[in-house]
Design a binder for this molecule. Structure first.
Ligand SMILES: NC(=O)c1ccc[n+]([C@@H]2O[C@H](COP(=O)([O-])OP(=O)(O)OC[C@H]3O[C@@H](n4cnc5c(N)ncnc54)[C@H](OP(=O)(O)O)[C@@H]3O)[C@@H](O)[C@H]2O)c1
Length: 286
């Protein structure tokens, strides 16, 4: 029996993975906002496989809040000696810049800072797994220069496109840091091959929401189908970094200064997250 932690595990692809691993008898820790959705997925897993023991655990968190990310990561570290797989799939799409009560830009916080906290704080239980794997659903392939190092929270010039590219690139660099500390770790940035019919949680306006719903119905994959390659990656982990769209490996994006950029990112984030007044800190005032 393995222990699989899934952030954003109450809906969409995260929930499909949680159902699959519960139905196949593994321990699954779901991090998300809605306990009701968690209970529904546990019931669905039980109906898929009535003989599988129920080993689901729910941890409520708002992962746009760094403090919540830290609390949950520390709780997981305390309660689980070993984590075999960490799936980072929490998602809430915002077209506009939004400031959290902690003073961070909300998309940067959810799509990168919380992931950084999970990856770094759970390094111990992941190491204990022997062949651990992190699947980070940050679609690979953003440009190497997508990070605004002097304005990580995009006080100036925020657009959805810039913010999205920055977090995707940052999540690729996070893989350099994570595998640098643990060469046995598999770290995969993964995006679906095409649109997946999910909740598309977000503040995106009715136009985009309806377009996604219509396109999803016409062209989208079911989450249960879209996650099959992720199951393959988790069940046969390979050490080192990799990138996938669906089941197809993609070349890793290679920039001129990747190691240096990863270290620069880590030190900027550590400075933001771990200085004493971190609850209200930021790399530049919001
Ligand atoms: N769907 C696609 O076609 C597509 C395409 C490219 C990339 N992706 C990526 O794939 C991943 C999964 O996407 P999806 O479409 O399956 O997601 P989704 O159906 O929209 O579900 C989002 C999940 O994130 C959780 N969540 C949202 N805000 C949160 C917060 N502040 N704190 C904690 N959890 C929060 C939600 O929890 P609650 O339900 O409990 O609120 C839910 O479990 C994301 O990284 C997404 O960017 C998806």
């Amino acid at each position: 029996m393995r222990t699989i932690v899934v952030t954003g595990g109450t809906d969409g692809m995260g929930a499909a993975l949680a159902r699959h691993y519960l139905a196949t008898g593994h321990r699954v820790v779901v991090v998300g906002r809605s306990r009701a959705k968690f209970e529904a997925l546990v019931a669905a897993a039980a109906s898929l496989s009535p003989s599988a023991p129920s080993r689901g655990e729910f941890v409520a968190a708002d992962l746009t809040l760094v403090e919540d990310g830290r609390r949950v990561a520390d709780q997981l570290k305390e309660n689980h000696e070993r984590i075999d797989a960490l799936v980072l799939a929490a998602s809430f799409i915002r077209r506009r810049r939004h400031r959290t009560p902690e003073g961070h830009e909300a998309s940067w916080s959810l799509f990168f800072l919380s992931k950084y906290v999970f990856v770094t704080r759970l390094a111990g239980p992941l190491r204990a797994a022997g062949r651990p794997v992190i699947v980070n659903t940050a679609v690979p392939g953003a440009r190497p220069d997508a990070i605004a190092f002097d304005d990580l929270e995009m006080v100036d010039g925020f657009t959805f496109r810039r913010s999205n590219a920055q977090q995707r690139r940052a999540n690729e660099l996070l893989g350099i840091l994570a595998t640098g500390h643990n060469p046995d770790l598999g770290y995969v940035t993964w995006g679906p091959a095409r649109l997946v019919r999910t909740a598309f949680a977000g503040d995106v306006g009715t136009g985009m929401k309806s377009a996604a719903a219509v396109l999803g119905r016409l062209l989208g994959q079911r989450p249960e189908d879209a996650i099959q390659p992720i199951i393959g990656i988790i069940d046969s982990p390979t050490p080192g970094r990799a990138a996938y769209r669906g089941a197809r490996p993609r070349p890793l994006t290679v920039g001129a200064h990747d190691e240096k950029d990863a270290a620069r990112l880590a030190s900027a984030v550590e400075e933001t997250l771990y200085r004493p007044d971190s609850a209200t800190s930021r790399t530049r005032p919001c």
